[in-house]
Design a protein around this ligand. Structure first.
Ligand code: GLN
Length: 279
């Protein structure tokens, strides 16, 4: 089977899915260990038997709905290539908005040696993006799932990031006596009964990383209530949240005594990130 034929066949197999042709290219480029440009440059190259078998197996998995990021075991986020596993959420492009907001804030501080905590770090995406951009900062990523802690540690090593480390912790439980200049979190925030959980890639992601009580706000409330004792004066607390939770998270932060609270939209023009500063 030649590359061009393989891609046409796969796109047909995946028809009706979200992005048949892109999925086919991403999976084939991964199997060949090449860039997507290579696929266009060498359409006549033939897949060997092992590559063909692997491609057929991957296409079958995708046809069953498995996320491409789990099938190929990686996903790009920010400037980084991250390993993924079904232990954690797949990094989303919208989460880069949170990273941008934190970098804007960090660049306005007088000190560059900031201490940063990422709660519910998953693949380590946020922690590692911040650590890579802020080489003088020291980043602690925590996750309740041991599998996530191992994965994030592996991602730090694979991206040669030395100023981030990861620990197992139930939110703040393992962080006694530590204080931070920035606490960030992309916690679970989807309503438990949301029909969205039965759609597309999210069906394959861990529920514990997605849902948080009937209104999706249980974990955000817990973090806001606990955060002050872990924050330095003037420190930043930032959340990613649901498109319809901006006003609620704003109010929760303001009620807890945070100031300069603001909500920022994602690339789809939805409220997605809310920030507040501790006094
Ligand atoms: N943003 C994710 C989604 O919409 C949800 C992530 C989360 O709950 N933290 O699928």
């Amino acid at each position: 089977m030649r590359i061009n034929n393989a891609l046409t066949w796969a796109a047909e197999q995946l028809e009706g899915g979200e992005s048949p042709s892109i999925d086919a290219k991403v999976m084939l480029a991964n199997i060949l260990g090449k860039s997507q440009t290579y696929l266009f440059t060498w359409p006549d190259k033939t897949l060997d038997a092992a590559q063909k078998a692997q491609f057929e197996a991957d296409v079958a998995k995708r046809k069953r709905g498995e996320p491409v990021a789990y099938i190929i075991g990686k996903r790009d986020f920010w400037t980084l290539s991250l390993f993924t596993s079904p232990d954690t959420l797949i990094p989303r492009p919208d989460t880069e908005v949170l990273v941008e907001q934190v970098l804007n804030w960090a660049n306005q501080q007088s000190s560059a040696s900031l201490s940063i905590c990422d709660l519910g770090t998953g693949t380590g995406a946020i922690a590692l993006a911040l650590a890579s951009e802020l080489p003088e900062a020291s980043v602690t990523g925590v996750d309740y799932q041991v599998g996530a802690v191992k994965l994030a540690t592996r991602n730090a090593q694979a991206n040669s990031i030395a100023n981030a480390h990861f620990v197992q912790s139930d939110w703040f439980s393992a962080l006694a006596c530590q204080t931070f200049d920035i606490i960030v979190s992309n916690p679970p925030y989807i309503e438990e009964s949301s029909p969205y959980l039965n759609e597309g890639d999210v069906r394959f992601e861990p529920k514990t990383a997605l849902t948080s009580g009937s209104d999706g706000l249980d974990d955000i409330k817990h973090i806001i209530n606990s955060a002050p004792q872990y924050l330095n004066k003037g420190a930043l607390l930032v959340f990613e949240h649901g498109f319809d939770q901006g006003a609620a998270v704003n109010a929760l932060l303001a009620d807890a005594g945070f100031v300069d609270v603001k909500t920022v939209k994602d690339y789809g023009d939805n409220d997605r990130v809310t920030l507040g500063q501790w006094q």
